[in-house]
Each structure stands twice: as C-alpha cells, then as structure tokens.
Design a protein around this ligand. Structure first.
Ligand SMILES: [Zn+2]
Length: 279
C-alpha cells in the first residue's frame, strides 16, 4: 500500500497519510516520545487516537489537525490507560469527549493520578539532572530528548495541569458509519493492559493497534531483569493477536515503532509464544 509522508514539522513525530483522511503520527527515534498516535476524518466526524505524554507532541498533533482540517476533533480515543498514551488528553478542549473502556477509566484513576503526583514530586530534581546532562559529554539521552523532558517536567509542575478522564465508555465494539469512512472501535479484554481498544478500518485495511503491537520486539525485550516487554496477561494477548491477524489488514499502526505489516504481528505472536507460552 502506498502511503505518504506529509510535509509537517514536528520534533516529536513524522506524519503519514495512510490513505486520504487517515493519518498516523509515528514518533521520531530521538525525541523520547516513543508513542505513535493518529487521527482520522470519517467525513462528518474527526477522531483522535491517543494523545501522547509530552505536551509538545500533543500540541503538534492538535496543530496538524487544525492545519489540515481547520476544525476541532469530534472525539478522542484512549487506546489504554498508560500515561504515554493519554496524558495529553488535558490539552484538548473539554467539550471534546474522550472515549475509552470502563476498565481503562478505572486504571487511569487508580494509576495515572499517582504517576502525576510522582512526576510533580520529582520534577525539580529531574529538571536539574537534565540541565546537567546538557553540559555532559556522555549524557544517556540525546539533546532533543533532554529538551523534550525539560518541557515535560515544567509542564507537570504547573498546578493547572491535571489528568483528564474519559467521558464516553464503551464495553463492546462500536461501528461509526461516517459519511466518508467507517471505523470499528473494538475493545479487547486483558492482554497488554486490563483492556485495550483498536481502531479498525475494514475497507481501507488499516488498523491502529495501540500497544497490542510493538514494531521492534527482539531479544532485548525478553522477560528478564532488563527486558522491557510488558503485558498483564501474555497468553490472552497471544489469543487477541491470533484473532487480529486473521483480519484482512495491510497497514498496522503499532503503539511504538514504525508502520507495520502482518509480519510484525506474527513476530509479536512468535515472541509471546517463545517467552511466555512455551516456558
Ligand atoms: Zn502501553
């Protein structure tokens, strides 16, 4: 499938038009904002899929929508509760509803509010560390990531910043039949988190996967002291991916990493099988 990179400047992501009206914001490796998000124009509805954690990335996503469509999104989807996918909710006007599963709402209340508290408490210390890093020859992060972190910590220190909770809760699949495009919002049960939503376009053969899919799983993610792979229920995630791979999809937008094809889904299935099912 031919998709094209849009001429849009952001320190955080590259913007791709997958087909007319369906956009994926794929994070840049050196930005620290590793999450990929997107937005889609169904004709009469404009929908945002995930809102990032860095305020600058959320601002850029919103700016891209305004530049392309000159209007606000109709609503926002939070694919799951992890803060890197939903902290940016707050930067969208309150009259734009946010949609998630009921379990995601519960987890945001349970986990993310504490995370914000932690970020606030450590902000001054982290800002100092980052400023030192800017002077250091062997900083653990690149300069762009350090500046993005500085902006993030300054932002969470602002007492006006808060967690914005989802407003519309979906328990089952809903199909939004827009005037130009139709999207299926499909919630899954426990897997990566307690529940995750995908946005599936059957006609365009595109699927926004959230963190049900990682584009670059390799052995460094293996479950050991340093492994980064993180799933609440790997065997259920395996079943979810086995059912998604049966669908006729050509482009998968992963939660982290580059635009993917079916082989990436298979790679995730094989990884989970190797490290969690066959153990
Ligand atoms: Zn996640």
């Amino acid at each position: 499938m031919n998709y094209k990179k849009i001429d849009f400047k952001s320190n955080y992501f590259d913007l791709f038009e997958l087909v007319e009206g369906i956009y994926a914001a794929i994070s840049k490796n050196d930005s620290g904002a590793s999450v990929s998000a997107g937005f889609f124009d169904l004709g009469n509805y404009l929908i945002v899929f995930d809102t990032h954690i860095y305020p600058g990335a959320t601002h850029d996503l919103y700016k891209a929508i305004k530049e392309l469509y000159d209007k606000d999104p109709s609503f926002i989807i939070n694919s799951h509760y992890h803060s890197d996918h939903m902290f940016g909710n707050y930067l969208f006007p309150e009259n734009i509803p946010i949609m998630s599963t009921p379990l995601t709402l519960e987890k945001i209340k349970e986990v993310c509010c504490d995370q914000l508290k932690h970020f606030r408490e450590t902000a001054d210390e982290e800002i100092l560390k980052r400023k030192e890093m800017l002077k250091s020859e062997d900083a653990p992060f690149g300069e762009i990531e350090i500046y993005n972190d500085l902006e993030f910590y300054k932002y969470v220190k602002d007492p006006n910043f808060n967690i914005r909770l989802p407003d519309f809760l979906i328990k089952d699949e809903i199909i939004i039949n827009g005037t130009k495009k139709t999207v299926h919002l499909i919630p899954y049960g426990v897997g990566h988190t307690e529940s995750d939503i995908i946005a599936y376009f059957p006609n365009e053969k595109i699927c926004f996967m959230g963190d049900l899919l990682f584009a670059d799983l390799d052995e460094s993610w293996a479950p050991n002291e340093t492994g980064r792979f993180n799933a609440v229920n790997p065997s259920n995630l395996y079943k979810i991916l086995k059912s998604i791979i049966e669908k006729d999809i050509e482009i998968y937008v992963p939660g982290h990493g580059e635009l993917s094809k079916k082989d990436a889904v298979q790679m995730n299935i094989d990884f989970i099988k190797k490290y969690f099912i066959e153990q």
